[in-house]
Design a protein around this ligand. Structure first.
Ligand SMILES: [Zn+2]
Length: 427
């Protein structure tokens, strides 16, 4: 296997508190050495990383790869291509496929397809209930031993408190985390966007913040009792962050996740019935955007996830109420996070890289296999980032199958220049 030498970059590895200009040598799929002025082996691939950040491969704990069942939107092959373009070496895919990822066979399917695609690593998040219907518990133990890195019924919330309690008990015994899509369905029937002035003016069904907060409040109580690890996906409401902050202060193992779009956009995007502003949970108001940014700055929110959700143009062209929820996000995530959090002075590059590497690795138990960090002898998953690269997001720059994103045409600062997975240069 080819050797790679990355020279002169700022090596940022939050797990080992490294922040220094160093070289990184890769050999046979693992990191062979990290140090100053490393020797150049004959025939190795040289990467000049001057002016760049050299970080552990980025990890996205929340993507939708649509396979099996919705291959016209995305496949494991096209979605992982988008991941590589965005600097991600590992992604965790949600189980709302067709059929749902709720069996050992489906776990194997994901691993096989990802290996066949040969781009980034893919780790399946298994459904917690059969068919994600919320009625019958999935075979949690069997799924964990078949490679499920976490559990979630994402796309839907586990609405029943009784079922949620059973899930927590079973998931806690596996050591995995449960990831909740927090949406009380009785409060969002027919809702298409944030319940506010714009929804009223457009005559669209409004989606209140409480639909999210009530579930988080309930789940925190249940998680405390069962000692389960609980993860709140794609936070949209300012008050949700307060609930998580209080719960963490009392020792509940709860983590929160923010998406690039909730860190930037408000319900204004939906005006004029623009379906490129339609996402679940909905874009809300400026105070929610501010609270999310501050929640990351004060350490309440520790994980970033794109909720990469591809849909075809035909689907997004439907009338607002019928159009599907969601945006693609893998390729634009890194510059959008940097713009919201680093350029504003809220956090350092080192903290941003932690939120994209060791923190999601711990959430999904990937740190145990050496992912999310740079360690000699560990897997050579490395991302080389040019923090100053200026580029424009366009359909042509997107490597996935769909281009449903409200950020098209936006000038981005910062980009993954190289993405290395298991010692292989993928970009
Ligand atoms: Zn979701």
């Amino acid at each position: 296997m080819a050797q790679i030498l990355i020279t002169g970059g700022r090596v940022l590895d939050p797990a080992s508190n490294t922040d220094k200009v160093l070289d990184v040598a890769i050999d046979n799929g693992v990191i062979a050495a990290i140090g100053a002025k490393l020797p150049q082996p004959a025939g190795c691939t040289m990467i000049d990383a001057q002016g760049c950040l050299v970080t552990p491969g980025l990890i996205d704990p929340h993507v939708h790869l649509r396979e099996p069942g919705h291959e016209h939107k995305e496949t494991i092959a096209t979605g992982t291509r988008a991941a590589i373009a965005g600097g991600f070496t590992s992604v965790c895919c949600m189980p709302n496929t067709s059929p749902a990822l709720d069996s050992p066979e489906s776990m194997r399917f994901v691993y096989d397809r990802a290996a066949h695609a040969g781009m980034c690593r893919v780790f399946p998040v298994a459904a917690a209930t059969k068919g994600r219907k919320g009625e019958e518990l999935a075979e949690i133990q069997l799924l964990a031993s078949s490679g499920a890195v976490a559990f979630s019924d994402d796309g839907d919330c586990v609405a029943s408190a009784g079922m949620m309690r059973r899930i927590f008990t079973h998931v806690a015994s596996t050591g995995r985390a449960f990831m909740q899509h927090c949406q009380d369905p009785t409060m969002t029937r027919g809702a298409a966007m944030h319940a506010g002035a714009i929804a009223s003016r457009l005559g669209l069904g409004g989606w209140p913040r409480e639909a999210e907060e009530i579930i988080v409040e309930r789940d925190v109580r249940l998680a405390r009792k069962s000692k389960a690890r609980y993860h709140v996906q794609h936070i949209s409401s300012a008050e949700t962050i307060d609930i998580i902050r209080r719960a963490r202060a009392t020792g509940v193992e709860v983590t929160g996740e923010a998406t690039p779009h909730h860190l930037h956009l408000t319900h204004d995007v939906c005006d004029g019935y623009n379906t490129m502003g339609k996402v679940n949970p909905p874009l809300r108001e400026q105070r929610d955007v501010e609270a999310l940014r501050l929640g990351i700055a004060d350490g309440t929110i520790t994980v970033l996830g794109t909720d990469h959700a591809p849909h075809s143009q035909d689907e997004k062209a439907l009338p607002f109420e019928e159009a599907p929820f969601g945006f693609v996000g893998l390729e634009s995530a890194l510059p959008l996070y940097a713009e919201a959090l680093v350029a504003t002075g809220l956090i350092s590059w080192a903290r941003l890289i932690a939120l994209l590497t060791i923190e999601p690795a711990k959430l999904c138990g990937l740190d145990v296999s050496g992912l999310g960090k740079l360690a000699v002898g560990g897997p050579a998953d490395v991302t080389v980032i040019d923090p100053d690269a200026s580029w424009t997001l366009s359909k042509e720059t997107l490597a996935g199958r769909s281009w449903n994103t409200p950020f098209l045409g936006r000038v981005m600062k910062g980009r993954a220049k190289h993405t290395i997975v298991a010692g292989l240069l993928r970009k």
